[in-house]
Ligand binder design. Structure first.
Ligand SMILES: Cc1ncc(COP(=O)(O)O)c(C=O)c1O
Length: 296
C-alpha cells in the first residue's frame, strides 16, 4: 500500500506532495498534529484526537478548520488509500508568512500569517509493534529533560519535536526502544512519544498531568479501563528509582497501544518479561477496540 497525502483538500501521491519552504511548519515547527491508527480501516478515537488538535491549535493561536471539515478530509484520504490498516497523521501548520516583513513586525510574528494549511497523510500501519508487545522493550532514562511547562508546554502537541528528538538520540545510543524523560524537578514525565506507567503492589501509577506531559489519549483510556477492572490507579509523581524498582512498567500511545517495558538501562523490570497487569490491560484495550470497531 502506498502513502497518500492530502494537502488542503488535494489528494496526491507521496512524490507530488509538496509544501512551500516558506511554510512556518517547516521553518519553525509552527504547527500542531495528531497521530491516529485505524482498526478495520476506521480511525480509532478520532473525536478525542480532533478535540486535542483543536486544544493544541488554540494554545498557539493557529486558526483551525472545523472538526467536521477535518473529519471529512481524513475520510477522503483513507478512501483514496488501498484497503488495509493505516497510520493517519493530521497536521495543521500556520502556513506561509513573510521572512523579513516591512515595518516594525519581526518574521516570527504569527499575526503576519493568514492562511493555515491542513495536511492529512496515511501510511501503512507498521505491524512490528505486535511482535514487540509479546517480548516487551528496553527503555533508557535519558539526561535530556522534558521541556518545562512554563517554556513549551508538553501538553501542546506541536510539530516542534527537538526536545523529543534529542531524547530519542540519547536512547538510541543505549539501544533502547524508547527514551524516558524526567521533568525539570527530576520526576519521571513521559516517553519521547508515549506515556509511562508502572505497577507496584498491585497498583498502577502514572505521572499526573501537572508533571508536564502530553495528555495521552491512550493514557486516559487505560486509566478508565484499569478502574473498570478494579485496579487502583494513582496519578502521582515518581522517581527513576521507583521505575527501576517497579514490578511492571509499560508505555501507552495510539500506535503502541500498551507496550510492556522489560528493561531499563540494563536493569530488568520485575521478572524481565511482560507482567500480568500489563497483559490484562492490553487485552482489555483490545477488547474495547473490538467492541467499538466490530469487523465488517
Ligand atoms: C510526547 C508524547 N507523549 C505521549 C504520547 C501518547 O499519546 P496518545 O496516547 O494520545 O497517542 C505521544 C504520542 O505521540 C507523545 O508524542
Amino acid at each position: 500500500m502506498k502513502e497518500i497525502v492530502n494537502i488542503n483538500g488535494e489528494i496526491l501521491g507521496r512524490d507530488r506532495a509538496v509544501l512551500s519552504i516558506f511554510d512556518r511548519g517547516f521553518l519553525y515547527g509552527d504547527s500542531v498534529y495528531e497521530t491516529l491508527r485505524t482498526y478495520d480501516g476506521i480511525p480509532f478515537l478520532q473525536d478525542r484526537h480532533l478535540r486535542r488538535l483543536a486544544a493544541s491549535a488554540e494554545r498557539i493561536t493557529i486558526p483551525l478548520p472545523g472538526s467536521k471539515e477535518i473529519a471529512r478530509e481524513i475520510e477522503r484520504t483513507c478512501q483514496a488509500a488501498e484497503p488495509g490498516e493505516y497510520l493517519v497523521r493530521v497536521v495543521v501548520t500556520r502556513g506561509e508568512g513573510p521572512i523579513w516583513p516591512a515595518g516594525p513586525a519581526v518574521g516570527l510574528d504569527p499575526s503576519l500569517c493568514k492562511s493555515p494549511s491542513l495536511l492529512v497523510y496515511v501510511i501503512p500501519f507498521p505491524r512490528r509493534i505486535e511482535a514487540l508487545q509479546k517480548t516487551g522493550v528496553p527503555v533508557s532514562i535519558v539526561p535530556i529533560r522534558r521541556n518545562p511547562r512554563e517554556s513549551l508546554d508538553p501538553s501542546i502537541k506541536s510539530c516542534n519535536q527537538l526536545n523529543n528528538i534529542l531524547a530519542v538520540t540519547a536512547a538510541s545510543r543505549k539501544a533502547a526502544f524508547e527514551a524516558i524523560m524526567r521533568n525539570p524537578a527530576g520526576y519521571v514525565a513521559e516517553g519521547a512519544s508515549s506515556n509511562v506507567f508502572i505497577a507496584r503492589g498491585g497498583e498502577i501509577w502514572t505521572p499526573p498531568l501537572a508533571a508536564g506531559i502530553l495528555e495521552g489519549i491512550t493514557r486516559e483510556v487505560i486509566l478508565e479501563l484499569a478502574r473498570d477492572l478494579g485496579i487502583t490507579v494513582r496519578e502521582q509523581d515518581f522517581l527513576p528509582q521507583d521505575l527501576l524498582d517497579s514490578e511492571e512498567c509499560f508505555l501507552t500511545s495510539s500506535l503502541k497501544e500498551v507496550l510492556p517495558v522489560v528493561e531499563c538501562d540494563g536493569h530488568p523490570i520485575g521478572s524481565g518479561r511482560p507482567g500480568p497487569l500489563t497483559i490484562r490491560l492490553l487485552e482489555k484495550y483490545r477488547e474495547m477496540v473490538r467492541i467499538s470497531h466490530p469487523p465488517r
